[in-house]
Ligand binder design. Structure first.
Ligand code: IMP
Length: 183
C-alpha cells in the first residue's frame, strides 16, 4: 500500500515516512495546495480538505492538520498555530508565558486518509508542557518549546522517539487500527 502524503511541510513527511514504514505502508510526498477553511475544529479543516482533493480526482492520500493548545492561554494558538508561528514564533509564545507557572499544553494532530474509495479521519493527542526556553535542533515548528516528559523538548529527541509519544504518532496508530478493520 502506497499513500500520498499531501503537505508542504517536510518535517511532517519525515515523521509519516518513519511511522508508516514500521507498519509496512509506503509513502510518496506530493505537494498539492487545497483549501484550509478557518474553523475552531481540526477535523472540519481536514474533512473539507479531503473533499477538495477528491473533487480534483486525487485518491489514496493523507492530509494532516495539527495545532498546539496551551491551557493558560485558553487554548491559543490552537487552530491559529501556523499563523502564530509565523507572526510571533516560539520566542513570542515564550514571552506570552513569562511568569506563568501553569504550563500545561497539548498537541493535536488530525489525519484525513482516503484509501480505496473510503475516508478515515482520526485525531491523535499528546499532553505535555511548554518549556521555559527553547531547546534542541531536531523536528520543526513548536518542537523546541514543547516537552512530553517535562525534561527534553520534542526537538531534543530523534524522530523515531517523537513518533512513539507524539500526537502524530498516536494518530498514525489510530489510523493503522482503522486500516486493519478494512484490509
Ligand atoms: P499545520 O496547520 O497542521 O501545518 O500546523 C500548524 C502549525 O503547527 C505549523 O506552524 C506547524 O509547524 C506546527 N506544528 C504542527 N505539527 C507540529 C509538530 O509535530 N511539532 C511542532 N510543531 C508542529
Amino acid at each position: 500500500m502506497i499513500l500520498k502524503i499531501i503537505t508542504s511541510n517536510p518535517g511532517k513527511v519525515r515523521e509519516y515516512r518513519e511511522a508508516l514504514s514500521s507498519f509496512g505502508i509506503g509513502t510518496e510526498h506530493v505537494r498539492i495546495p487545497y483549501d484550509e477553511i478557518q474553523t475552531s475544529d481540526l477535523t472540519e479543516v481536514v474533512g473539507n480538505g479531503m473533499r477538495c482533493l477528491k473533487s480534483a480526482g486525487i485518491s489514496d492520500f493523507i492530509i494532516d492538520d495539527s495545532g498546539l493548545f496551551i491551557d493558560s492561554l485558553n487554548g491559543f494558538p490552537g487552530v491559529f498555530s501556523a499563523y502564530a508561528l509565523k507572526a510571533i514564533g516560539n520566542s513570542g509564545i515564550l514571552k506570552l508565558m513569562d511568569n506563568v507557572n501553569e504550563r500545561s499544553a497539548d498537541f493535536r494532530c488530525c489525519i484525513g486518509c482516503n484509501i480505496d474509495g473510503k475516508d478515515i479521519i482520526v485525531l491523535g493527542r499528546c499532553d505535555g508542557i511548554i518549556l521555559k526556553k527553547e531547546a534542541g535542533t531536531e523536528g520543526f515548528g513548536f518542537d523546541p518549546i514543547f516537552s512530553q516528559d517535562g525534561r527534553r523538548s520534542f526537538a531534543e529527541i530523534p524522530v523515531t522517539e517523537k513518533n512513539k509519544i507524539s500526537h502524530r504518532g498516536n494518530a498514525v496508530r489510530l489510523l493503522v487500527d482503522e486500516l486493519r478493520k478494512i484490509f
